[in-house]
Design a protein around this ligand. Structure first.
Ligand code: PEP
Ligand code: MG
Length: 891
């Protein structure tokens, strides 16, 4: 890089070097400060050091490029001229803030230092200039605390301890009750802490302070919190953070000052209502940290009517300009309003949907933009269970509804304990209960079903993070008192121990004892409208994986256009069914198996009837039995004794059969199409049940479209044999019934060899369905059930970008899919003149990124679990809109 490169971008005074679309270089905060300056919104002047500098800082072994210093000095002079004050000048001091700001927002994950420029003489000058010595010393003690803890690694608690001791000694409750002299004493104490911890005096030179603060922000990019957050949020590919240095304005100059954070619409519900909090006589971090419970923004109309009116004007101006819901920070200094930040606001999935739809209705954006605005994964939030309205549970406390949905879990009182508990009991549901949360807590918060805090407002750390993740959250619940020493909490009148169950309702703010039952959600209102737009846009069909009529009906309600995978083995687990199944497995000969299968057949048929009825008019793909037979027998002594008793056979017979069926690699063993090849009667029974059920439902006037699917095929010969056998059975059944029924016979593509020889296989198959669970397993050679020992390390070490069982590995497994589709379609067309129907039914069918891939390779449909159907519908629409360009989504 040449030294003439521009590393520093100034803003303020109605002008700026940068603009909103320069987020990659200036970070979100820097780009938007520049944009706000240009569109005439009051912004204190300052400058942004680019993310490129951060990248070069790390590339150069934590050394800044030489040209940064002179550019920063020039920018300081420009800022000084605009404000009319000078850094370090006791007679007319300029104070600045130093903040991080990456291209994607990472709330609270990196460092911020305020009030920079104060020292022993400037603090007195500041007192004189403002006529408020108390305020000057309050700023100074905050600077020493923030500078000490963020730039020098001093424990923040050591400063807090001094503050608490002083308040105790003075017999006061609030920080605001301390006088100027008290704060002067506190500054002296803070300086002692600083010296004891760092071995040197608090730096008096403002330029030295500034450079240390800038370095602290760059260093925080690689801090543990920030790295962890990026991992959880799957943020990668950023250059680094920018650093924003900005003239300070003060919300703590007295009762005519204040500071707040707000959203231009309700980030929880999406309602077009101004939403936020503020505190009179406070600095920014007081609102976010959840230390004092702030006032709702509507109250500002009474406290400062003129400021409120101006703020409403800015709210409107920002939304019209950005055409997007904004998250803003403001400060009122002695009656004058300043904007410190605007960015597109994090929101729940429900809010994202409502805002996108209403903005179309308001003419701000078009339908395509609306579809691209909603992260498909965030729809999970609308698909969360809600509390069962008929459950008679009384709230025992109420807080602020911060992120909707209901969550029950075992009470855990710290984020570290949540992590430890999860490691020991991965299936336990956790409810994290804290006074407040901080960025250190993100790992534990991520594992929790829901979060409950006793302090903090709508914009507190807990609320913002939970909302971003779509986790139910209640904050500011004053009825909850936590006693960490005894590991208990008081909730209203009740005592709850760590480990007991508690339920929160993030939609209403209610807290209830125990586990309250929930009900599934439905699609209506704005959600239904967005889904309609998605359906108009997408070309990929969306089916569901379901093997019970109830699930099939739910999926249909969610928009499924058929069943892409009915796993028949799940139908063998009911009481009488499992007994008949075991009888079949234990039978000594074909006659014995036939007898047991005859017992199973009516159950199979009944299940298929239920499914065909639920899916009237839509295709239903039914897969023949897939798992190895030993999965149906108990492997423990007690279970084996029970089975022997039930079937009236010797227990040794059961043991011997289990032993006989034992496999070293069951996933590569005697399963899939290999079963009916060896035991044709199993396949015959299933095919007969399918066709008989189809005929029965057809006779009731419904439309049935069965698709018989043969699993785990690796050679065309396997398929030919089973297909011919199936056709023979179908002919027998239809002849006996004296009626015909339409059907297809196809195969799963789950074995790499099947993909590679898809041309041969397609000559015999009417459809392909990619079973990407097995295909991933066999392509990587990773047992899908045994990845937990190494996958976390693979992800941490970036050997793999994501778990390939969650998001399809486009480069490897994806190649096989592409080969399969291309070869298969071509050969089928050439051989039969027919087109080959192609879909996917592995878990990837419900993963938005994988759905994009499926669209790109031209599949006809994806199939996923019922609750992911709406997610896949939206992802499929986004895939169309993203053709030829990358899509931008709010994370
Ligand atoms: C697959 O392998 O992708 C698949 C859908 O089948 P199963 O998960 O039942 O093995
Ligand atoms: Mg499979």
């Amino acid at each position: 890089m040449s030294d003439s490169q521009k590393y520093v971008y100034s803003f303020g005074g109605g002008k700026a070097d940068g603009k909103a679309d320069m987020k990659t270089l200036l970070g979100g905060k820097g780009a938007n400060l520049a944009e706000m300056s240009v569109i005439g919104i009051p912004v204190p002047p300052g400058f942004t050091i680019t993310t490129e500098v951060c990248a070069q800082y790390y590339d150069g072994g934590r050394k800044l490029p030489d040209a940064v210093k002179p550019q920063v000095q020039a920018a300081i002079s420009q800022m000084e001229a605009l404000v009319g004050a000078k850094l370090g000048d006791p007679s007319n001091p300029l104070l600045v803030s130093v903040r991080s700001g990456a291209a994607l927002s990472m709330p609270g994950m990196m460092n911020t230092i305020l009030n920079l420029g104060l020292n022993d003489t400037v603090v007195e000058g500041m007192g004189k200039k403002t006529g408020n010595l108390r305020f000057a010393y309050d700023g100074y003690r905050r600077l020493i605390d923030m500078f000490g803890s963020t730039a020098m690694g001093v424990e923040h608690e050591l400063f807090e301890h001094e503050l608490d001791s002083l308040k105790k000694a003075k017999g006061v409750k609030n920080d605001t009750d301390l006088t100027a002299d008290d704060l002067k004493t506190l500054v002296a104490k803070y300086k002692e802490v600083y010296k004891a911890q760092t071995g040197s005096d608090f730096p008096q030179d403002p330029t030295e302070q500034l450079w240390a603060a800038i370095m602290a922000v760059f260093n925080s990019w690689m801090g543990k919190k920030a790295v962890e957050y990026r991992r959880i949020e799957r943020i990668s590919g950023l250059k680094g953070t920018a650093v924003n240095v900005q003239a300070m304005v003060f919300g703590n100059m007295g009762p005519n000052s204040g500071t707040g954070v707000a959203f231009t619409r309700d980030p929880n519900t999406g309602a077009d209502e101004f939403y936020g909090d503020y505190l009179i006589n406070a600095q920014g971090e007081d609102v976010v940290a959840g230390i004092r419970t702030p006032e709702p923004i509507a109250q500002l109309e009474k406290d400062m009517p003129k400021v409120y009116e101006e703020l409403l004007g800015i709210r409107k101006k920002l939304e019209t300009h950005y055409k997007e819901m904004q998250d803003i920070e403001f400060t009122v200094q002695d009656g004058k309003l300043y904007m410190l930040q605007t960015r597109s606001g994090k929101r729940t999935g429900s809010a994202a949907v409502r805002i996108a739809v209403e903005m179309v209705q308001e003419g701000l954006i078009d339908q395509k933009t609306a579809l691209q605005r909603v992260n498909p994964e965030s729809l999970n939030h609308l698909l969360l269970p809600q509390l069962d309205p008929s459950a008679k549970s009384q709230p025992v406390a109420q807080g602020i509804a911060a992120s909707p949905g209901a969550a029950s879990g075992k009470v855990i009182l710290s984020a570290e304990e949540a992590v430890a508990h999860h490691e020991a009991h991965p299936n336990d549901k956790i409810l994290l209960v804290r006074k407040e949360t901080s960025p250190e807590d993100v790992a534990g918060m991520h594992l929790a079903e829901g979060i409950l805090t006793s302090t903090g407002g709508k914009a507190s750390h807990a609320a913002v993070v939970a909302r971003g993740w779509g986790k139910p959250c209640v904050v500011g619940c004053e009825g909850v008192r936590i006693d960490e020493k005894t590991g208990t909490i008081r909730v209203g009148e009740h005592t709850v121990k760590a480990g007991d169950f508690l339920t929160i309702n993030g939609t209403t703010g209610d807290v209830m004892l125990g586990q309250v039952p929930t009900v599934p959600p439905s699609i209506s209102g704005h959600f239904a409208t967005l889904m309609e737009w998605a359906d108009k846009t997408r070309t990929l069909k969306v089916r569901t994986n379901a093997d019970a009529p109830k699930d099939a009906a739910k999926a249909r309600e969610f928009g499924a256009e058929g069943i892409g995978l009915c796993r028949t083995e799940h139908m063998f687990f009911g009481d009488q069914r499992i007994t008949a199944m075991r009888k079949m497995i234990l039978a000594n000969d074909e006659a014995g198996r036939q007898a047991a299968l005859a017992e199973l057949e009516p159950f199979q048929k009944e299940d298929f009837v239920g499914i065909f009825e639920a899916m009237d008019g839509l295709p239903v793909t039914i897969r023949l039995l897939d798992p190895p037979l030993h999965e149906f027998l108990p492997h423990d002594e007690k279970g084996q004794n029970e089975v022997a008793g039930q079937l009236g056979v010797d227990v040794q017979r059961v043991k011997d059969r289990v032993e006989q069926l034992h496999e070293f690699n069951p996933m590569l063993g005697f399963r899939g199409c290999r079963l009916p090849i060896v035991y044709p009667e199993i396949g015959d029974m299933q095919v007969r049940a399918i066709i008989e059920a189809a005929i029965e439902v057809k006779k009731k006037g419904k439309s049935v479209l069965p698709e018989i699917m043969i699993p785990l095929v690796g050679t065309v010969e396997e398929l030919t044999l089973l297909k011919n056998r199936a056709i023979q059975v179908i002919e027998e059944v239809t002849k006996a019934a004296g009626t015909q029924v339409d059907y297809l016979i196809g195969t799963m593509i789950e074995v790499p060899r099947a993909a590679l020889t898809a041309d041969k296989i397609a000559e015999e198959a009417q459809f392909f369905s990619f079973g990407t669970n097995d295909l991933t397993q066999m392509t990587f050679g990773f047992s899908r059930d045994d990845i937990k020992g190494f996958m976390p390390t693979y992800l941490r070490e970036k050997i793999l970008p994501v778990d390939p069982f969650q998001t399809l590995d486009a480069n490897g497994v994806g190649q096989l899919v592409e080969i399969g589709v291309t070869k298969g379609r071509k050969a089928r067309k050439e051989k039969t003149g027919e087109s080959l129907k192609v879909g996917i039914c592995g878990e990837h069918g419900g993963d938005p990124e994988s759905v994009m891939f499926c669209h790109a390779v031209g599949l006809d449909y994806v199939s996923c679990s019922p609750f992911r159907v709406p997610i896949a519908r939206l992802a499929a629409a986004q895939a169309v809109l993203a053709e030829g360009k990358s899509i931008s989504r709010d994370r």
